[in-house]
Ligand binder design. Structure first.
Ligand code: 3PG
Length: 322
C-alpha cells in the first residue's frame, strides 16, 4: 500500500488523460526518431532483413534485462498462451520485415503513405474474413484514401515496385496481427505481452536474414558500412535504432491498453502524418505536387473514415444500452 501513497502515483491516477496524452506523445516522438535514424542507416547499409533482426534483438536484450531486475516482473507463460501469441508474433515479424524492405527501397514518406491504407485493409478483413458486414457509407468513405494513395504513388519520385508491394504486404500482415491479437486477449499486461511477442518474432526473422542477405553481408556488407561510417558509429546506430524501435512499439502497445482500438488506429494514422512531415524535412526529399495532394487526400480520408466509424460504433452502443 505504501507505494500507492507516493505523491506522483496519486497524481497520475488522478489525471489518467494526462498519462494517456503523454503515452501518445512519447509513441510519436520515438517513432519519428526511429524512422529517421532507420533510413539514415539504410542509406549506407541497405540490408533491411538484417536490420530488422537487430531491431528485435536489441529489444529482446532490453526485455531480458528488464525482467532480470524485475521491471516489470516477468509474467509466467504456458503452452496455451504461447499458442495464442505465436500467430500474433509471426504477423508482427512479417509486417516488420516487409515495412523495412519498403523503408530501404523508397522514401520513408512514401512507405508511410501506403501504410496509411491499414484501416482500409482492416475494414476489408472485418467484412471478408470475419464476416462482419461493413455498411456502404463506410466503404465509400474509404474511397478518398485509396484514390489519394494511388495519386501519390503515380508521381512519387522514389517509386519502385519493391517498396510499394512490400508496404502493401506489411498492411496485410498487420491486419492479421490485429485479428489474432483480439483472439489472444489475456490478463497479461501489455509490456509482458510485447516482450514475448518480440522474442518469438526475433526467431522468425533470423532465417530469412541469413538466406537473403547472409552471403552479401559476409562478402562486403559489413566492411562497406564500416568503411563508410566507422565501426563505432555503425554499432551505435544499430543499438539506438533497436532501442527506439522497441520503445516506440512498447509505448504503442501500452497506449492500446489505455484507449479503444479505434482511437489507437486513428492515433496510428496521425503518427504517420508526423513521420511523413519530419522525414521530408530531415531528408530534404522532393515530392511532386500531385504526391503532396494525394497524400493529403488519403490522410483526410482516413480521418473521415474514422469519424464515421466512431459514430456508427457509438450508435450501436446506444442501441445496446437502450
Ligand atoms: C516496423 O519497423 O515494424 C515499422 O516501423 C512498422 O511501422 P508502424 O509501426 O508504423 O506500422
Amino acid at each position: 500500500a505504501g507505494d500507492a501513497e507516493i505523491a506522483p502515483v496519486g497524481f497520475f491516477q488522478k489525471y489518467p488523460a494526462l498519462v494517456t496524452g503523454f503515452f501518445f506523445f512519447m509513441w510519436y516522438f520515438l517513432n519519428v526518431i526511429f524512422n529517421i535514424l532507420n533510413k539514415k542507416i539504410y542509406n549506407y547499409f541497405p540490408y533491411p532483413y538484417f536490420v530488422s533482426v537487430i531491431h528485435l534483438f536489441v529489444g529482446v536484450v532490453y526485455c531480458l534485462i528488464s525482467w532480470a531486475v524485475g521491471l516489470p516482473k516477468r509474467a509466467p507463460i504456458d503452452s496455451n498462451l504461447l499458442k495464442l501469441l505465436i500467430p500474433v508474433a509471426v504477423c508482427h515479424a512479417l509486417g516488420h520485415v516487409t515495412s523495412n524492405v519498403s523503408f530501404a527501397a523508397v522514401a520513408v514518406s512514401f512507405t508511410h503513405t501506403i501504410k496509411a491504407l491499414e484501416p482500409f485493409f482492416n475494414a476489408a478483413a472485418s467484412q471478408f474474413i470475419l464476416g462482419q458486414s461493413i455498411p456502404l457509407t463506410l466503404w465509400l468513405s474509404l474511397a478518398p484514401v485509396v484514390i489519394g494513395v494511388s495519386m501519390a504513388s503515380l508521381t512519387e519520385l522514389s517509386f519502385n515496385w519493391t517498396g510499394f508491394i512490400s508496404a502493401m504486404i506489411s498492411n496485410i500482415s498487420f491486419t492479421y496481427r490485429s485479428i489474432y491479437s483480439k483472439k489472444a486477449m489475456t490478463d497479461m499486461d501489455s509490456t509482458n505481452v510485447y516482450a514475448y511477442i518480440s522474442i518469438i518474432a526475433l526467431f522468425v526473422c533470423i532465417p530469412p536474414a541469413i538466406i537473403f542477405e547472409g552471403p552479401q553481408l559476409m562478402k562486403h556488407g559489413f566492411t562497406d558500412a564500416i568503411a563508410k561510417v566507422g565501426m563505432t558509429k555503425f554499432i551505435s546506430d544499430l543499438f539506438w535504432v533497436g532501442m527506439f524501435y522497441h520503445l516506440y512499439n512498447q509505448l504503442a502497445t501500452n497506449t492500446l491498453e489505455r484507449v479503444a482500438p479505434l482511437t489507437h488506429a486513428v492515433g496510428n494514422v496521425l503518427k504517420r502524418v508526423f513521420v511523413i512531415g519530419f522525414s521530408i524535412l530531415a531528408f530534404g526529399n522532393k515530392i511532386s505536387t500531385q504526391t503532396g495532394i494525394g497524400t493529403a487526400i488519403a490522410i483526410a480520408g482516413v480521418a473521415m473514415y474514422s469519424f464515421i466509424k466512431a459514430r456508427m460504433e457509438e450508435e450501436k452502443r446506444q442501441m445496446k444500452a437502450a
